[in-house]
Structure formats: C-alpha cells, structure tokens
Design a protein around this ligand. Structure first.
Ligand SMILES: [Ca+2]
Length: 229
C-alpha cells in the first residue's frame, strides 16, 4: 500500500498559493527499500492533484527539495532517491510545475546523455580525463595508486594503451552560487574510475545553472580521491 513518505509545502505552480508536494511509495516490510515511488503535487488553490511517475521509482531514503532552479521566482521540485547500490548513486529528478504542467528539467540520465567524457592512462603515471563536450582535460597523478602499478613499466611508460572510465552520474547537489538571489544551481558529480569499478580516482564536479532552456556548465572541477599519506 502506498503511503506518503515525504511532504513539503510551497508554491510550485506559480499562482502565489502554497501547494502540497508529496512523495508516496510502498514501504517494504523487511527492508528500508521503498518501491512505486510517485511524485504528487496538490494545487493549493484548486485541490487538483498532479501525479508524476518517476523513471526510477524504487530505492532508499527518498527526499524532496523545493528550490527555484530556473530563476522564474517559482519553486521547482528536486527528488533524490538513494539507489542503495555499491556505487552510491542517487536517482535525481528536477520538475517544474508552473501552470500545473509537470516538466522534467533535470535527470541523471538526461545529464549524461548531453555530455561526453573519456579517460585513459598515459605515460608518466597519469590518467587523463577529457571533457570532450567542452574540449578540456584534467590529469590525475596515479603514481601512488597501487591499482595502477601493474599497468606501467619501471620507466613510467605504459605497457599497453589502457582506458579508464567516466560514469555513472552519482548525484546532483543543490548549491546557491549567487547569494543575492534565491536561485539554486547544481553540482553534478560523475565518478572517474580506473580499470575496475572499485578503483575510484575522483569525481567530476560540474556546476550547472539554468540558462533559460537547459542546465549549462558554469564551472567544472575534478575532485581527486585521497591516498594514504
Ligand atoms: Ca500554487
């Protein structure tokens, strides 16, 4: 049976009247996993309920955040659902309900569809991470990474061409970049890993703000994972 898991209040339709925003779902009896997660908005003025089926609708600890991501002065709805998988990724959706129309502004899948990254090991104990979309590259020092040692000759040259990996999208953190506004931006985190999944090398931190039609990168960093000092 579906019950309300999280509720928030705010004007998401843009008429100035507070609306109710809910995540409903079915709580599994013998785990914390929640299935059939559905996003619902009850229009505070008309009482009408708009229901949104999420592409990925099962997971753990679903959360709701109301913030204006598009800068139109109306709150948008961010949904995050922990996948519970070993990769730690979070199913993420941002919807607008302006004029009672549910409109998907962001999802992790859609985000990576619009971006092209590649990564590879290079001579000198380095992993090069290329943002092909933007024509930028980051370099990660793997000289202290035991997982990389077998890939190199003693003189630091690669034994053979070796790919590293970028993806999946992990999560999108809300952030306010301009404190003179109430507009939320996102930091989208995408994992970079070596030749096997557990060998995390770092995270691409992509700062995204709404440009009127889509989220656009305004800053991009690579956060590297620490090694034993
Ligand atoms: Ca409203």
């Amino acid at each position: 049976m579906q019950t309300i898991i999280v509720s928030r209040q705010g004007d998401v339709t843009g008429d100035g009247v507070l609306d109710e925003v809910w995540l409903a779902g079915t709580q599994n009896e013998d785990s914390m996993r929640i299935t059939d997660i559905t996003l619902l908005v009850k229009n505070g003025r008309t009482g009408r309920i708009t229901q949104v089926a999420l592409a990925e609708n099962a997971g753990f600890e679903p959360t709701l955040l109301l913030c204006d991501f598009t800068g139109d002065g109306v709150l948008d709805v961010k949904v995050s659902i922990q996948s519970g998988g070993s990769g730690g990724f979070v199913f993420t959706y941002i919807y607008s309900f302006v004029n009672n129309q549910a409109r998907l502004l962001f999802s992790g899948d859609r985000y990576l569809d619009g971006r092209e990254f590649r990564a590879f090991y290079a001579d000198g104990f380095v992993v090069v991470v290329e943002d092909v979309t933007r024509g930028l590259a980051f370099r990660i020092d793997v000289s202290q990474d035991p997982a990389a040692a077998d890939l190199y000759n003693p003189d630091g040259t690669l034994k053979e061409p070796t790919e590293a990996n970028v993806g999946p999208f992990i999560m999108a953190l809300p952030v306010i970049l301009d404190e003179n506004s109430d507009v939320c931006s996102l930091i989208a985190l995408t994992r970079v890993f070596g030749t096997f999944a557990a060998d995390t090398l770092g995270y691409i931190q992509d700062y995204l703000t709404w440009n009127g039609t889509m989220f656009e990168t305004v800053r991009e960093d690579l956060a590297i994972s620490p090694v034993e000092a």
